[in-house]
Design a protein around this ligand. Structure first.
Ligand code: NAD
Length: 370
């Protein structure tokens, strides 16, 4: 059997510390014969700039393109604040997203009961929350042309960003959302602003058509993006999968993130189009947080977002749904036992470090997989 290939890009700051915890889980899975991952490692971000003078080398880009999935830690830090703009650490991530064609960004917002009090919302509003925000990642107003600031004849300046979507771009992200909903609770809420934006009118029409013609078994409703933001903080459990564009997705997914408490808990996945020959999608999995230079090297980093990102890889790239579910359960059990890294501890609560949290999750995971 061909091995499944994982390309690891730990990056800067806490990236290598949290990636190390994923590597121990992979070693356990491979050792048990439950998976057959082949691993390769590369540099991205500031460390790649130090080594190669670029935020990612061509050799590492080629490895990322060839891998079944990329696991990405985080990039950046004050050390690289003044490097040339096109070499800045984030350029490595943007290059990966572009060259891998990662148009679908998946951000789950899951509120573990043990952490419900860490949310700024009331326990009953967030406890047991499990929603998924599917954001279009490569189109819309962040990329549309013209995009410029021009000086008018009267000396005043005029800034333009252009919101553009084509039928094809909307269809492919809609299919991702509908497919995911089928494997969840069978509901998609599509958020746009059809009342004031032409792109919203087209978005609404295309999503409606795809839903009707290809996913009659999924319940589709449409919601204006501003109302969606309001409903997310009023009663988020009404949603299953939220489908939205790049701009609204940026905002809505950050609201979703804060429902759950801490940045250190939030995984994400970015997926490309299915390969014509193999049906496999290019994919990159990464925690939502950055490189946290303020705590790098102190052992205070929470590895859960990184471990849960690997869980998403098990689920979405390798179809290992049962193992992915058990990894999520292991995280929930550890939290249920009261183990906390500093970022998720309440005042006065005892805390454990990155390695102890990784080890506790691995121990629960081992118990669950038997
Ligand atoms: P950040 O996410 O790195 O940190 C924000 C705060 O959250 C910090 O106080 C940090 O200590 C804490 N935090 C983040 N992740 C944590 C974890 N796993 N466990 C415990 N605490 C955690 O954001 P920032 O401080 O704005 O940016 C720091 C650097 O990261 C910058 O160079 C920025 O450009 C970069 N960044 C990278 C990415 C990425 O790689 N995808 C994303 C955001 C920011």
């Amino acid at each position: 059997m061909a091995k499944n290939s994982l390309f690891l890009l730990p990056g800067d700051g806490i990236g290598p510390e949290i990636m190390a915890e994923v590597e121990t889980i992979i070693a356990f899975l491979n050792g048990k014969g439950l998976t057959d991952f082949s691993l390769d490692r590369g540099l991205v971000g500031g460390c790649a700039y130090d080594a190669h003078g670029a935020a990612i080398s061509e050799a590492d880009m080629a490895k990322a393109l060839a891998a079944d999935a990329v696991l990405f830690g985080a990039v950046g830090g004050p050390k690289w604040d003044s490097v040339p703009y096109n070499c800045r650490p984030e350029a490595g991530l943007l290059r990966l997203r572009k060259d891998l064609g990662l148009f679908a960004n998946l951000r789950p917002a899951i509120c573990y009961p043990a952490l419900a009090d860490a949310s700024s919302l009331k326990r009953e509003v967030v406890e047991g929350l499990d929603i998924l925000i599917v954001r279009e990642l490569t189109g819309g107003v962040y990329f549309g042309e013209p995009k410029e600031i021009v000086t008018l004849e009267n000396g005043e300046k005029r800034a333009v960003d252009t919101q553009v979507y084509t039928t094809h771009e909307i269809e492919r992200i809609a299919r991702v959302a509908f497919d995911l909903a089928k494997a969840r609770n069978g509901r998609v809420s599509s958020a746009e602003k059809r009342n004031v934006m032409k792109s919203g009118v087209l978005w609404n029409q295309v999503v409606t058509k795809i839903g009707k013609e290809e996913y009659a078994d999924v319940k589709l409703d449409h919601i204006l993006a501003d109302n969606c933001a309001m409903q997310l903080v009023r009663w988020p459990k009404q949603f299953d999968v939220i489908l939205t564009d790049n701009l609204f997705g940026d905002v809505l997914s950050d609201i979703g993130a804060m429902l759950t408490g801490s940045l250190g808990m939030l995984p994400s996945a970015s997926l490309g189009a299915p390969d014509a020959a193999t049906g496999k999608r290019k994919a990159l999995y990464e925690p939502v947080h950055g490189s946290a230079p303020d705590i790098a090297g102190t052992g205070a980093a929470n590895p859960i977002a990184m471990i849960a990102s690997f869980g998403m890889a098990l689920r979405y790239s390798f179809g290992l749904i049962d193992l992915a579910g058990k990894l999520d359960d292991a995280i929930a059990r550890v939290l249920g036992k009261g183990l906390r890294t500093k970022d998720i501890a309440q005042k006065g609560e005892a805390t454990i470090d990155t390695r102890a949290m990784g080890a506790a999750i691995l121990a629960e995971f081992k118990a669950l997989v038997g």
